[in-house]
Ligand binder design. Structure first.
Ligand code: PBG
Length: 323
């Protein structure tokens, strides 16, 4: 019996009615805030391509953690920006590096804060690729050993969770085995299971200084044209021991978020990446978008698609704006 008996507007008449029938809720507890950590002291250096985001030295982190705690944001994702780069990315597993020091500084003062570390080589290698390079090829299996070293270094510093973003095959199994062998069986793995070779990482590469010096990442990250392949990637990562899955980027891939949600009961994160952030910031700066509404709508859409958690540079402002 359609119109005139059926009138969906009846349930939109007041804000109380709309609240009663609202299907999706975005809350501070869903958010994970990325931090870029550098060496030195007193460093707070703006990232031009990401307004509002800074590279921070370790001593600046407790203030961030305090603010996150006050806002109810439970977790951070740490990225390191080293001083020294070489062919293997050896600074990545230096126990005195910025990330391990950041992990201990945060866990000492804010034990409740969930500290997740990005595990990858690209910010640490002089060629900017996420693995060992031989004759312009990114080698898979030898790279796994280095990734395991990075994960162990972060776990030894007290990380709650490691998040491999390199897209080598078999890295989840390699990390799980290494962590378990070294007494870190409690450390969880958040796998960047479904990570596309995306133009939307552009601004991040300025923040983390990790653009590849030759070629691109298409030989290891996924082809944006592929959806079924995402299901294959998550099946493999779950078999290998992933505790949480991730789809990345988020907004151009909401169909994938939905498909992964339907395919697995595993907790699912989506990464609202740097380019998604920069687009809203740029439009808002020009007065073309209402920033607050656009941010909350974009994040809500990611939850509606099926994500449990959202990694986003908007986390702090969104938490302040939430009703
Ligand atoms: C490193 C890594 C990247 C991002 C997260 N981890 C860059 C890349 O793969 O090129 C992108 C995050 C963002 O754009 O916000 N492998």
């Amino acid at each position: 019996m359609p119109f005139p008996e059926e009138r969906p507007r009846r349930l939109r008449r007041s804000s109380a009615l709309r609240r009663m029938v609202r299907e999706t809720e975005l809350k501070a507890a869903d958010l994970i805030y990325p931090l870029f950590v550098v060496n030195g002291r007193g460093v707070k250096k703006a990232v031009p391509s990401m307004p509002g985001i800074h590279q921070l030295s370790v001593d600046k982190l407790p203030a961030e953690a305090k603010e996150l705690q006050a806002l109810g944001i439970p977790a951070v994702l740490l990225f390191g920006v080293p001083d020294h780069k070489d062919a293997l990315g050896s600074a990545a597993w230096d126990q005195a590096g910025a990330v391990p020091r950041a992990v201990s500084a945060l866990k000492d003062r804010y034990p409740e804060l969930v500290v997740i570390t990005d595990v990858c080589l690209c910010a640490y290698t002089d060629h900017g690729h996420c693995g060992i390079v031989e004759k312009d090829e990114i080698l898979n299996d030898p790279t796994l050993e280095l990734l395991a070293k990075i994960a162990l270094c972060h776990a030894a510093a007290g990380a709650d969770m490691v998040a491999p973003s390199d897209m080598m095959d078999g890295r989840v199994a390699a990390l799980r085995a290494a962590l378990d062998r070294e007494g870190h069986s409690h450390v969880a793995i958040l796998s960047y299971a479904v990570k596309y070779a995306s133009a939307f990482y552009g601004p991040f590469r300025q923040a983390a200084d990790c653009a590849p010096s030759f070629g691109d990442r298409a030989a290891y990250q996924m082809d944006p044209a592929n959806g079924r392949e995402a299901l294959r990637e998550i099946a493999l990562d779950l078999q290998e021991g992933a505790d949480l899955l991730m789809v990345k980027p988020a907004l151009p891939y909401l169909d994938i978020v939905r498909r992964v949600r339907e395919a697995s009961p595993c907790p699912l994160a989506a990464y609202n990446v740097s380019g998604e952030y920069a687009m809203i910031k740029a439009a808002a700066e020009r007065g073309w978008l209402d920033e607050r509404r656009a941010v909350l709508e974009a994040l809500l859409s990611i939850k509606r698609a099926g994500a449990d958690l959202i990694i986003t540079y908007h986390a702090m402002e969104a938490a302040r704006w939430l009703p």
